[in-house]
Write a protein that binds this ligand. Structure first.
Ligand code: SF4
Length: 308
């Protein structure tokens, strides 16, 4: 049992998991709790915790690109120096090689404590026999995303901005917003002062269509955190794969609809708990999805059907 209390909070990823499969949601937020304590957690909790932290090859691409952009921007803002592009490519190449090796050997199972900075790949855990060409393409895509970042209009603008105009880089905030008593977790890739308002930049590395709710949550957060009206908040979606950018602005009416959506989502989650005040849950209250296609790519599939 962990010494930390498992407090309820809401986030986009939590909502998405809840919609996908209730049992997966339970494993992720309740069953795996405390599993970071390798030598204290029971076997099921430890297994759920490690499996929860698997990422597939596409997620690995996204997290690698985000980490490298974070390093580049933090250095640029603190020193005024831009990492040369070839140095960045070299750093990412070394990082991906090391991550790949350690994941292939399953070293993540030995990790004590948080796995936040550990690379544990679904393809290795489940021995998917992913062809070499797919791994190579994934690496090439990372390099291409970084090239597009170096050529992006956003980077050119940041280079000319005063240091204080960069409000945050890859910041995770536990926000208290007025429309709910629950904590809302919001992670902004980048926030910049822009004219009288603020610009929130979101880096995308996938081909899938973006979920507009995510951008609305950013706007709700900025509206209260920075006390700005919605028309002074812009979310810029920069797709580093397709090399396209899109601006998103939301009306007060659209933001109210999003608040209603979040409150309904919170109610649905809390209604399934054994004790909503204490945030405790019983596994069998969370049914498995009947959609087998979701199970095929699920991190928990090796243990799910052995439980309960
Ligand atoms: S294996 Fe299927 S039923 Fe089990 S948690 Fe994953 S998605 Fe849900």
């Amino acid at each position: 049992m962990s010494d930390f209390k498992n407090n309820f909070s809401w986030s986009m990823s939590r909502d998405s998991l809840f919609r996908e499969c209730k049992r997966k949601y339970y494993y992720n937020y309740y069953g795996s709790w405390g599993g970071w304590e390798r030598d204290r957690a029971d076997k099921v909790t430890r297994t759920l915790y490690v499996l929860k932290n698997l990422q597939n090859i596409h997620m690995w691409k996204g997290s690698t690109v985000h980490w490298e952009i974070e390093r580049i921007l933090k250095q640029l803002v603190s020193t005024g120096k831009l990492t040369p592009e070839d140095r960045s490519a070299q750093r990412v190449t070394e990082l991906m090689r090391e991550d790949f090796r350690s994941s292939r050997e399953g070293l993540y199972w030995n990790k004590q404590g948080s796995m936040k900075n550990e690379t544990a790949l679904f393809e290795h855990e489940y021995k998917t026999n992913t062809p070499n060409e797919t791994w190579k393409q994934n690496y090439d895509d990372v390099i291409m995303c970084l090239q597009n970042f170096y050529n992006s209009d956003v980077l050119k603008r940041i280079e000319k901005l005063p240091k204080k105009a960069v409000i945050s880089i890859e910041s995770m905030t536990a926000a208290s917003l007025s429309f709910t008593p629950e904590i809302i977790f919001v992670k902004l890739d980048l926030a910049l002062e822009s004219g009288d308002g603020i610009e929130i930049v979101d880096w995308k590395t996938g081909k899938a269509k973006s979920d507009e709710l995510q951008f609305r949550v950013y706007t709700l957060f900025a509206n209260e955190e920075y006390d700005l009206p919605p028309d002074e908040i812009t979310v810029t979606e920069v797709n580093l794969m397709s090399n396209e950018s899109f601006n998103h602005n939301f009306s007060p009416r659209e933001l109210i609809e999003s608040q209603e959506y979040i409150n309904k989502s919170i109610d649905a989650m809390k209604n399934m708990l054994k004790d909503p005040e204490e945030n405790t849950a019983v596994m069998t209250d969370f049914p498995r999805t009947e959609n087998e296609r979701i199970c095929e790519s699920c991190n928990f599939k090796k243990i799910c059907f052995d439980l309960d």
